[in-house]
Write a protein that binds this ligand. Structure first.
Ligand SMILES: Cc1cc2nc3c(=O)[nH]c(=O)nc-3n(C[C@H](O)[C@H](O)[C@H](O)COP(=O)(O)O)c2cc1C
Length: 165
């Protein structure tokens, strides 16, 4: 083996997971941001975590209102998910810019992309500074799934989004 950088390692671990972090903006609308760095943490109680750059607008939203839904996007919205990963909700309405069709989630003010394989409805428990990111640790309130949607993964590091098949 030879020494490599951590970003190079993320190419070697491709395909990497992809989620869309859905948060509520102050006007009540939904912001969508693409996030690969997430993990299950605990089943008893149900907990997950994800990491986002300190500068992300999504982070600001969840630190304010504690509400977030992580979704695993379906194959049909690959282009939009890539777009949501290169623009900020601070100055862009990504839902309209990328034409993402949204669905309601019972009991939540946050909407999610209609084409989602999994949706994990969370409440922020705590967050920690980790280098240039914050790690968001969340309690899971509800989980929804739809097997008919094919999950997207990130290939070649984070450059392309495609299913595994
Ligand atoms: C495939 C892919 C994966 C990404 N994964 C992460 C991630 O795990 N954490 C992160 O902070 N940003 C990640 N990004 C970048 C964010 O989506 C990007 O910074 C986005 O503009 C943040 O939007 P926001 O400012 O509306 O929150 C990823 C982008 C792509 C395309």
């Amino acid at each position: 083996m030879k020494k490599i950088t951590l970003p190079q390692a993320s190419k070697l671990t491709s395909p990497n997971p992809v989620t869309v972090v859905c948060t509520q903006k102050p006007d009540g609308s939904t912001n969508l941001a693409t996030v690969s760095w997430w993990t299950y943490l605990s089943y008893k109680p149900n907990m997950i975590a994800y990491a986002m750059a300190k500068t992300s607008y999504s982070g600001e939203m969840v630190r304010n209102n504690k509400k977030v839904i992580l979704t695993v996007p379906g194959a049909e919205i690959a282009d939009a998910v890539l777009g949501c990963g290169s623009t900020s909700g601070r100055n862009t309405d990504k839902v309209s810019k990328f034409g993402v069709e949204l669905a309601e989630v019972e009991g939540s003010p946050i909407k999610i992309p209609l084409h989602s394989r999994v949706a994990i409805v969370c409440r922020l428990k705590e967050y920690h500074e980790v280098g240039d990111h914050y790690l968001y640790i969340c309690d899971v309130e509800q989980v929804y799934g739809d097997e008919s949607e094919e999950a997207l993964f990130a290939w070649n590091g984070y450059a392309q989004l495609r299913p595994v098949k």
